[in-house]
Ligand binder design. Structure first.
Ligand code: NI
Length: 192
């Protein structure tokens, strides 16, 4: 089932989300709905607060990015062929490597893209959809998406990294988004 995506301005996007237990009701259905919602809005990641659930779950599919590469671009990226994974109760253990800039967007903040600096590598502990524990290190664009989605379960958004002046210049657009004054081709819900 495709769920509406919560737009900037909703309090759920600013909460630190809670760990869940293996008994969390209808977990498999929730994860399936998150995948469906993410693909329906052409995303590469989606976090539970974005569908109005205050829990530590996010999904990432960076494999999509690599599937669309031209033949001559293959083999150039450190995280090829990408991942498709569910991260539950994730906690970052370590961020390493030089920070690099990438033009980020967010399904909850449509039509705004900005360059954000983040470290190259992330080491993260989590359980998967079967509650099997993992600790893994990711790099490249995959590490970038994981850090962006992880921020969502910590109540952070990519615009928080912008310089104050840049943020100020976006304020009008952000207010419009929170009031629903934005045109998007996927289903959204607005705080007011
Ligand atoms: Ni986002």
């Amino acid at each position: 089932m495709i769920l509406p995506i919560v737009a900037y301005g909703a309090p759920v996007l600013r909460k630190v989300a809670e760990d869940i237990t293996a008994e969390y009701p209808n977990l498999q259905k929730l994860v399936a709905d998150m995948w469906e919602t993410m693909y329906a809005s052409s995303g590469v990641g989606l976090a539970a607060p974005q569908i109005n659930k205050d829990v530590r779950i996010f999904v990432v599919d960076s494999a999509q990015i690599f599937e669309n590469l031209e033949e001559n671009e293959k083999g150039e990226y450190p995280d090829e062929p990408g991942i498709k994974k569910v991260f539950i109760n994730a906690h970052i253990d370590k961020l390493e490597g030089e920070e690099w800039s990438y033009n980020e967007g967010c399904l909850s903040i449509p039509k705004i893209r900005e360059d954000v600096m983040r470290p190259q590598t992330v080491t993260i502990s989590y359980v998967d959809e079967n509650f099997e524990p993992h600790t893994e290190t990711f790099n490249g664009v995959t590490a970038r998406i994981i850090q962006h989605e992880y921020d969502h379960i910590e109540g952070k958004l990519f615009i928080d990294y912008l310089k104050p002046l840049k943020r100020k210049m976006l304020q009008g657009k952000l207010n419009d988004i929170s009031k629903g004054k934005v045109r998007v081709d996927y289903k959204m819900t607005f705080a007011k």
